[in-house]
Design a protein around this ligand. Structure first.
Ligand code: PRX
Length: 632
């Protein structure tokens, strides 16, 4: 087990130590894991190149650190408790021993299909235990997993499979979400038409619907698993070998394949899990995220299982069949730590207090939030109605690229403050810089959030495009990792995340690139050009507002075109990327060099008229038209 901080002075001591001697600090933590060969050097780094390596030449397998390391004590302890979408269906429990055997069986299946160390395996699965099994089986044999969120479209899936060059895809006949059945196999089939690389598709039966079948390519999970051996020796890996690729949105159209490596990610997720949530052995922990995103990777699967925790995994949505589903689950399993998003909290808050107040939830000790800024109203509701005033809230700031939590209270140790992520974790060195890159020290400052020193969980590159990694994170402020977020440090030295300052918007905690949505809108034959910005939304945090340049003659057909554009975006990206509001315009505010002045669009959708300097615009008259047509 990793060392656990238990007091405020302990935190200050560890923090100081981590700054004074980072290599010594992280070595001490890494020593608590099982390595085939110890590392010869703890850290090598250069943020200019950029290059970061941790635990150099160390050899290990991450799944041995989940299973072999824990089986002695925890064979019969639940590793995963799976709660289905429909509460009348039986739940499933996989103990450490059972999960181990399933992972080994599937590792053997992958091997029998010719998957080798370093190969990529893609997953397009609902929230079912098989998703955890395939992730860990892939890691067991040294292959690289690439999980695609099951809400993505065929085109988005194909794009990710092709970029990673995955030869195997694992999917399901469908997935349940509330009252809906999601036709995953059908979408996967559509994607595969444009992914010549995929040799085999393995299909898990979940919904029992009729699906198209390709005898040359498709294989049933249950057929393959039937005779597979429950023992598979773990591949011995280098600490810096890749563990997984996870695609995320950036400010240009193409998704970025964020790459995490084994050793550093393992040490970082386990350490942050244990310390932020103050997990105690025997606790039941429930993270309500989806494994298709980083939160699920790090804090449903790797962090908790590396620490021998019992992790609850939920297939459904918080409002089905009723808006008390989370509270029911918490009482059913005696959950001690609960982790969700501000959007989920706001949507449940909107349903009324009666749904939560009837649940005592006496076992709850810690509440967490992640993914977007939490507003004070939601924070207080979460604290008072869910936590009954007795559970600290850990507002955890981090990113796909950071691998694990970076700025957050340690539950019950660092005093909280609504809407503040509070203080950096040990080993994390945030710095605030102004737009010229000048570091802003002291209290009451606001600016761009950067990190000035490497931490083990950080992404090492973007798959197949190291230059883009450099451009995206290390070029805005040379020598620093730039997060893309704005931040404020207050009079207590506490950090408050202000949100993205690049062309990325955060909708219901989902990160979307405005360029991606614009590209999808521009595919429509009637659209000349478009610009997408985020606007404040009471539930989703940010909503998607699209300004679309479409021909004059369309007048009167606006609603039809709007619907068709929304459908187009859902088809090309995902329903989560559908614009909430679409305004047809005759032009967009542009500078002489032809760049859209997005700053003005952002102001308009915030209802502000304080546009600053507009003298470089070629068409300042357009602003009046945009304001007139702005839909509140
Ligand atoms: O803007 C920040 C926001 O989510 C972004 C990262 O998104 P993603 O890579 O999808 O990872 C989300 C889950 C870790 C950040 O750049 N964000 C994340 N956590 C918080 C947050 N904004 C405010 N407060 C947070 N606690």
């Amino acid at each position: 087990m990793v060392p656990k901080i238990s007091t405020l002075s302990g935190y200050l001591y560890e923090y100081q130590k981590s700054v004074a001697n980072p290599a010594g600090f992280w070595s001490h933590i890494a020593e608590t894991f099982y390595w085939h060969k110890p590392w010869t050097k703890t850290l090598e780094w250069d943020f200019h190149k950029p290059e970061v390596k941790w635990f150099l030449n160390g050899q290990l397998n991450i799944t041995e650190n989940i299973f072999e390391r824990h089986l002695f004590l925890r064979a019969k302890q639940p590793a995963i408790i799976w709660e289905p979408n429909d509460p009348s269906e039986p739940h499933r429990v996989l103990t450490y021993e059972e999960l181990y055997e399933e992972v080994n069986r599937f590792a053997n299946v992958l091997k029998s299909l010719g998957v080798k160390k370093g190969d990529r395996v893609a997953m397009y699965l609902p929230m079912i235990p098989e998703l955890v099994i395939v992730m860990l089986a892939t890691a067991r044999i040294g292959a690289i997993h690439s999980i695609v969120f099951a809400g993505f479209s065929a085109k988005a899936l194909a794009e990710r499979i092709n970029d990673a060059q995955a030869k195997i895809l694992i999917t399901a006949d469908g997935g349940f979400r509330g009252t809906k059945v999601i036709p995953l196999k059908q979408t996967a089939d559509e994607a595969i038409r444009s992914t010549p690389i995929v040799e085999k598709t393995i299909v898990v039966r979940r919904v029992g619907q009729n699906i198209q079948w390709n005898d040359n390519r498709d294989l049933w999970w249950h057929d393959l698993m039937k005779d597979a051996s429950p023992r598979c020796e773990a591949e011995i890996m280098d600490a810096e070998d890749p563990l997984f690729i996870l695609y995320t949105s950036g400010s240009t159209g193409k998704p970025k394949g964020v790459l995490h490596t084994i050793g550093g990610y393992m040490v970082y997720t386990a350490y942050t899990f244990r310390n932020v949530f103050q997990y105690r052995d025997g606790d039941v922990y429930f993270c309500a995220a989806d494994i298709g995103w980083i939160t699920g990777h790090s804090y449903i699967v790797y962090g908790p299982l590396l620490e021998g925790a019992t992790s609850v995994m939920f297939e459904g949505i918080p409002t089905y069949p009723k808006p008390d589903r989370y509270w029911q689950i918490i009482e059913k399993y005696g959950v001690n730590e609960f982790y969700t998003s501000p959007t989920a909290i706001r949507s449940l808050l909107a349903k009324g207090e009666e749904w939560v107040d009837k649940y005592e939830m006496p076992t709850l000790r810690v509440l967490g939030t992640v993914g977007e800024p939490i507003n004070e109203e939601a924070w207080h509701w979460y604290h008072d109605h869910v936590g009954k005033g007795r559970c600290p809230i850990v507002d955890t700031w981090w990113q796909t690229e950071t691998g694990g939590i970076m700025i957050s209270p340690l539950a019950g140790i660092i005093p909280t403050k609504p809407a503040y992520a509070t203080l950096p974790l040990p080993g994390v060195r945030p710095v605030i810089v102004d737009n010229e890159g000048k570091k802003l020290y002291g209290k009451n400052v606001e600016g761009n959030l950067c990190i000035e020193f490497p931490w083990p969980g950080m992404a090492r590159t973007l798959w197949g495009d190291h230059e883009r990694y450099k451009q995206a994170y290390f070029s805005a402020f040379p020598g620093l990792y730039f997060t893309g977020d704005g931040v404020k440090r207050d009079e207590d030295g506490y950090y408050r995340i202000l949100g993205r300052i690049d062309d990325v918007i955060n909708v219901s905690g989902h990160r979307l690139g405005t360029a991606e949505i614009e590209n999808a809108l521009n595919e429509h034959p009637l659209v000349a050009e478009s610009a997408v910005v985020g606007y404040p939304h009471p539930i989703k945090g940010q909503g998607i507002y699209a300004f679309v340049v479409a021909p004059e003659k369309l007048k009167g057909l606006d609603d039809e075109l709007r619907e068709s554009l929304r459908k187009g975006v859902a088809k090309l990206i995902s329903p989560i990327a559908k614009p909430d509001k679409i305004q047809f315009v005759s032009g967009l505010p542009k500078t002489r060099s032809g760049k859209i002045m997005r700053r003005i669009l952002r102001k308009i959708v915030q209802g502000s008229t304080d546009f600053g300097d507009t003298s470089t615009l070629t068409n300042p008259e357009i602003i009046e038209e945009l304001i007139q047509g702005y839909q509140k």
